[in-house]
Write a protein that binds this ligand. Sequence first.
Ligand code: BGC
Length: 483
Amino acid sequence: MSAQPSGGPDRKFAPPVLDSAVAAGSPLTLWLAVVLVVVLFSGGLFGYDQGVISGALTGIKSTFALSPLIVEVVTSWVTLGALLGALAGGELADGIGRKRTVLIAGALFTLGAAVQAFAPDTAVLVTGRLVIGAGVGVAAVAAPLYAAELAPASWRGRFVSAYQLAITIGIFLAYLVDGWLSSSADWRSMLGAAAIPGVLLFAVALVAPESPRWLMKMKRRDQAAAQLRKIAPAHDIDVELDSIAAALSVESRRASWGEVFHAEWRRPLMVGLGLAIFQQITGINAIIYYADQIFGAAGFATEASRTTVTTWAIGGVNVLATLIAIAFIDRLGRRKLLLAGLIGMAASLIVVGGAFQFIKVGAPSAASAGPSVAGVVTLFGLVAFIISFAFSLGPVVWTVINEIFPGRIRGRAVAICTAVNWGSAFLVSQFFLSLVNAIGSSATFLLFAAFSVVGWVWVYVYVPETKGQSLEQIQGIWKGLGK
Ligand code: BGC
């Protein structure tokens, strides 16, 4: 339902767990900049590891002579690792702290990249994909949580949106690296390059501050005071720590896994899970992962032409359109962006599905004559799709998932939604090529279009507007809507 209450401070993206502890208008201190770097590297690595496979597949296929099923496994098992990593990430972040969890993510990124780069066979390569996927999943839960807890209120929205922007920049950089190395099809360097930012993330996280809120939860007030002094030197440390302690006592103990599924939270959980699923089953990662192959089928015959369109039309456009969302999400609201984006996604997917009716995959003329009219239409359709996704479902889904749950269940509920998002990404990337083989490219894109239409209706009916409301007001919406 479109609940549109007014008033209340604008909470933008994240769970305002430190609301009373952080004043508006804080300066960006050196330590906050360190936090931002951790967030940017986590998001960037997430994006790089998602995007890089698109250009690496050609080389991998020629080294290992892969069957279509193994191509799908190599592509998609990073998402399977991410699903498991997301579930573990919530537990780790609560158990050993936010900072150490990010350190683990950095270590997994580095290890996974090295295993992939030196893989002697497909089994080791797939293991490397799983390890790096686990890093992605752990980071996907820990980094936004870390950003949300360490950024002062006046910076929080920008910190969490910087995370999504970093994902798109990571994908873009992956495409660029793929492009540079495409002539030699050097897939080992493409995949191994992620070790460098992985080591950097680890190094920055080593010196980064721990979340004072987590330290308070662990009853380590002295350490919390030391960290807070670093992050917000101008603040009255004791007053802030007292208010964190007060917030923690109101939240009481953390809910168990079972309680997360209690009838009381059914409505927000349904909204979070639904958004997580629709973000994926409308096809974004089929395009991010298989862009190179889709453009190949659309008649972009040379490797160079494919990497150019993938890099700029998909990767570059994705970054730019994400900036649109950051500019408008708090002004227009979540619902408007979601509904407009889903219309754009459905329309552009219908165009792509229609164009593929006229594309004969593997036709001899395709290799010599370059893209046909239908191929160019496909290109424009995919660009329109990426724009529509990037200003709507891309950032808005993570925004809403992070703001709809009450503090007591937030960590676990966000972990569940993140895991379901990755599970859906896994299914799409695992079965995309099989689906194309079974029903054809045209019908596959039309199926994504149909999911976008269903998604539109679902958002219209179930997702309330949460723009400009405090978490308490958002909790009030659920009460007003009943179970
Ligand atoms: C999604 C990813 C996707 C990325 C594309 C994110 O919001 O969760 O699955 O690859 O956007 O920019």
